[in-house]
Design a protein. Structure first.
Length: 257
C-alpha cells in the first residue's frame, strides 16, 4: 500500500511534468506538425506489373522528385504520365524533403501497384497519374475537414467574415508576384468578435493564376457547409487548398518562389 505522503509526492510530480509539457509545447515553433490527412488510390487508372515499363518510368520520376523535393515542389508531365510534389509554402528545404519521403512510403504501402495515387499531409501533396494532368484543375479529388466545435452566434456574420478572408487571400495568391507576395500562395489574418482568425490558400504551381482562382472559388462554394460556423476547417484538393483556424498554424515562407 502507498502512504498518503507518497501519493501526494506522486501527484506533485505528475502536475510538475504536465506543466513542463505545456511549457515545452507553447515554445514549439510554428510548422512542427505534419499530420496525415487523406489518400486515394485512383482505381480507374488500373495497376502496373512489377518490372514493367511503367514501373521503370515511375521509379525514374521518384528519383527526380527526391532531388527536387528540397526546393519545395516538383512537376512532371508527358503524354502518358504526370506527377506532382507540392509542399506548403513555409515547408521548403528539409521539411519538404522529409514530407515527401514520408508520403511516398505511406502511399506505396496503401496503394501498391496502382498507376494513379495521391496523398495529402499537412505540409505536402504527392500525386502520380498515368494520364496527363498538369495545368488542369482537379475537380474530383477534393475533401473537407472541420473542427467539431462551432463558433455559434451570428452565423451570417461569421460567413461574411470567412468569405472576405477567403476572397482577400485568393486575390493575393493570384496576382502578379511582388517583393513580398508569393504567387499561388498567401496567408493572412482577420478579426471576428475579438478573436483573431488565421487563413491560407495555395495552389499547385502548374496552374495558371486564373485556374488557381477558379479552383479556390469552386471548392469554397462546394464545401460552404463544411466551412461555415466552425472553429477551424479546410478544404483540400489535388490542385488547391484553403484553411482557417483561430490559432496561428503557418510561419513565413522560407524562400521566394
Amino acid at each position: 500500500m502507498y502512504s498518503s505522503s507518497s501519493v501526494l509526492k506522486r501527484l506533485i510530480l505528475i502536475n510538475f511534468l504536465a506543466i513542463q509539457l505545456l511549457l515545452i509545447s507553447s515554445e514549439l515553433p510554428l510548422n512542427t506538425t505534419n499530420a496525415y490527412l487523406n489518400h486515394k488510390c485512383l482505381v480507374s487508372q488500373g495497376k502496373y506489373k512489377p518490372g514493367s515499363d511503367y514501373e521503370r518510368r515511375l521509379n525514374n520520376l521518384i528519383k527526380l522528385m527526391y532531388s527536387g523535393s528540397y526546393k519545395g515542389f516538383y512537376l512532371f508531365g508527358s503524354d502518358s504520365d504526370s506527377g506532382i510534389l507540392q509542399c506548403r509554402a513555409d515547408s521548403y528545404g528539409i521539411k519538404c524533403h522529409d514530407c515527401f519521403a514520408t508520403a511516398l512510403a505511406v502511399l506505396r504501402r496503401k496503394c501498391p501497384w496502382y498507376k494513379g495515387m495521391i496523398i495529402w499531409y499537412d505540409q505536402c501533396l504527392l500525386a502520380f497519374n498515368s494520364i496527363p494532368s498538369l495545368a488542369k484543375i482537379d475537380y474530383d479529388n477534393n475533401f473537407c475537414m472541420s473542427n467539431a466545435k462551432k463558433v455559434g452566434g451570428d452565423k451570417l456574420a461569421f460567413t461574411r467574415t470567412l468569405n472576405t478572408l477567403m476572397d482577400n487571400l485568393t486575390t493575393l495568391a493570384t496576382t502578379t508576384k511582388g517583393k513580398d507576395n508569393y504567387t499561388m500562395f498567401s496567408a493572412g489574418e482577420t478579426w471576428y468578435k475579438g478573436d483573431k482568425m488565421y487563413g491560407m490558400v495555395q495552389c499547385t504551381y502548374d496552374l495558371t493564376l486564373r485556374a488557381c482562382k477558379e479552383c479556390l472559388v469552386y471548392n469554397n462554394l462546394r464545401f460552404q457547409d463544411c466551412l461555415s460556423d466552425k472553429r477551424g476547417a479546410r478544404f483540400v484538393g489535388g490542385t488547391c487548398t484553403f484553411r482557417f483556424e483561430f490559432y496561428p498554424f503557418i510561419s513565413k515562407p522560407d524562400v521566394n518562389i
